[in-house]
Design a protein around this ligand. Structure first.
Ligand SMILES: [Zn+2]
Length: 157
């Protein structure tokens, strides 16, 4: 590396045709507000990425795709669909927060704890939403996993 020139890791510039991760198709939805999100229902799932996704470093792209794979593999969307009538309850909101931690743990278990942490450090604001924990809480849970090799909290707790 030449002095003064910072290495900028390059990510995917576009989706290769038929691209999938762990058998889950990845599609482009330019106008999506999320870098990546899972969509689908009853066994038909896919991951949508927006155009900002392509500006992320390659390892962070993979980390967030694996986070989305975690949502699919752990059947989170099915739970959310079934619990839709109770979506306003604190119980379901708590469950949704736990699903985010579990999806992060899934990515961590694939070896992507550090890139997931880097990605969450980029978060511009640290506010929680009703269904999403704040990035700082997710970072703490990932750091716990990195230091202890076990999740801070499994689905059963
Ligand atoms: Zn998620």
């Amino acid at each position: 590396m030449r002095r003064g020139i910072r290495y900028v890791p390059q990510g995917m510039q576009e989706l290769p045709a038929g691209y999938s991760v762990l058998g889950i198709p990845v599609t482009l939805r330019r106008d999506s507000p999320h870098h990546a999100r899972t969509a689908g229902f009853f066994g038909m799932y896919w991951i949508e990425v927006n155009e900002h996704f392509f500006y992320l470093p390659f390892d962070e792209q993979h980390a967030i795709l694996l986070h989305e794979c975690g949502h699919v593999r752990l059947h989170h969307l099915l739970f959310r669909l079934l619990l839709l009538p109770l979506a306003w309850t604190n119980w379901v909101k708590t469950l949704c927060w736990k699903q985010e931690f579990d999806a992060d743990t899934f990515a961590c278990k694939q070896g992507y704890a550090r890139p997931m942490l880097q990605y969450l450090r980029r978060a511009r604001d640290d506010t929680a939403s009703e269904y999403h924990p704040p990035p700082s809480m997710r970072r703490k849970a990932i750091e716990f996993f990195m230091h202890n090799g076990v999740p801070l909290c499994e689905s059963s707790c």
